[in-house]
Design a protein around this ligand. Structure first.
Ligand code: R5P
Length: 300
C-alpha cells in the first residue's frame, strides 16, 4: 500500500483525540469518520467505525496516553484494516512512553520501541508531535516516520498574548524556546538553578532580566507541574509582569492544573492531549506533513 494524491482521504479519530481529529479533517478538507467508542461493564473497550473506508487513504489519530488509549488504537487499526483501505497513516500526537527510550536497568523493556513496533505493523506512515526523545523515530525502520513541531503554532499563540520573552526550563531545551521566540518576535533564554543555601534554590534566566516583562516558559511536557510552578514563583519574585506556562503535551498529573493556575497568570497547552488548557491546535502542522507526503487530498 502507498500514499497517493489520487486516493480520497478519511480521518478516523480515537476518543483521546476527537477534537484534534476534527480540526485535522477541517485543515485537510476531508471527511471525519464517525466512530462509536464505549466501554463494557468490565471496562473493556468497544469501537465501531460507521463509514466504509474501502480504497480510502485513512488517517487514524489517537494519542498514546493513557494506556487505555493505546488499546483503543489497536482496535481502531484492526477495524480499519478489515475495510481494505488504500493506505493507513497513523498520527499519534502525544507519544507516551518516550521517556523509556532505552533500557536503564537489566530486565526492562524499551517501552518506546514496543509501542513503535506495534504501530508500525499497522501503518504505512507515522506522524507524531514534539516527541520527547528523538530516538523514537528511529524505531520506525520499515515505514516513513516524522516528528512535527508545535513550536510555530505555540509562537503564533504567544504573540497574540503579548509575550515579550520566552524561556525554556533548562539549557537542554533552549533551542525550543528560541524557535518559539523567533515566531513571537522576541528574545529567548533558559532558566538556571543556583543553590543559595541548604534549603533555597534560585531559578533565573541565564542572561536576560524578566523584571516588568511578560514571560512565557515553554516545555515539551508538563506532568506534575513542579518544574514550572517553581520557575514561575521565582520569576514573579524577580518582578516579571506576567508568567505564562505553555507546553506541547499537557499530561497534568493529579492536581497539576490548579497548582499551575495558582502559580502562573496563564496556563496553555496544545491539543495533543485534550484538556481544559488545550487552546492551541497542532492540526495545521500535521495537515502540512500529510499533504507534503501525499499531495493535496481528494475529499469524499
Ligand atoms: C522532562 O524531561 C520534560 O521535558 C519536562 O520538563 C518534565 O516532564 C516536566 O515534569 P513536571 O511537570 O513533573 O515538572
Amino acid at each position: 500500500m502507498s500514499l497517493s494524491a489520487t486516493d480520497s482521504m478519511h480521518v478516523v479519530g480515537g476518543s483521546a483525540s476527537r477534537k484534534l481529529a476534527g480540526e485535522l479533517s477541517k485543515s485537510l478538507g476531508v471527511s471525519l469518520s464517525e466512530v462509536e467508542v464505549k466501554r463494557f461493564p468490565d471496562d473493556e473497550c468497544y469501537v465501531r467505525i460507521l463509514d466504509n473506508l474501502e480504497g480510502e487513504h485513512v488517517v487514524v489519530v489517537q494519542t498514546a496516553w493513557p494506556d487505555t488509549s493505546i488499546v483503543e488504537l489497536m482496535l481502531l487499526h484492526d477495524a480499519v484494516h478489515d475495510m481494505n483501505p488504500s493506505s493507513v497513516t497513523t498520527v499519534v500526537p502525544y507519544f507516551g512512553y518516550a521517556r523509556q527510550d532505552k533500557r536503564f536497568k537489566e530486565g526492562e523493556p524499551i517501552s518506546a520501541r514496543a509501542l513503535a513496533r506495534m504501530i508500525q505493523a499497522q501503518s504505512d506512515r507515522f506522524i507524531t508531535v514534539d516527541v520527547h526523545a528523538s530516538s523514537v523515530i528511529g524505531w520506525f525502520d520499515q515505514i516513513p516516520a516524522q516528528n512535527v513541531s508545535a513550536h510555530a503554532e505555540i509562537g503564533k499563540f504567544l504573540r497574540s498574548r503579548g509575550v515579550e520573552m520566552v524561556l525554556s526550563p533548562d539549557e537542554g531545551r533552549k533551542e525550543n524556546a528560541k524557535r518559539v521566540a523567533d515566531v513571537v518576535g522576541c528574545e529567548s533564554d533558559f532558566l538556571v538553578k543556583e543553590r543559595v543555601d541548604g534549603e533555597t534554590v534560585r531559578m533565573a534566566p541565564k542572561s536576560l532580566d524578566s523584571a516588568g516583562r511578560n514571560v512565557a516558559i515553554v516545555d515539551d511536557i508538563i506532568s506534575t507541574g513542579g518544574t514550572i510552578v517553581k520557575a514561575s514563583e521565582q520569576l514573579r519574585r524577580q518582578g516579571a509582569a506576567k508568567v505564562i506556562a505553555v507546553c506541547t503535551h499537557g499530561v497534568f498529573a493529579s492536581n497539576a492544573i490548579p497548582r499551575l493556575r495558582a502559580a502562573c497568570d496563564e496556563v496553555h497547552s496544545t491539543d495533543t492531549i485534550e484538556n481544559p488548557t488545550s487552546a492551541i491546535t497542532v492540526a495545521p502542522e500535521i495537515a502540512r506533513a500529510i499533504v507534503d507526503a501525499a499531495g493535496p487530498p481528494k475529499a469524499t
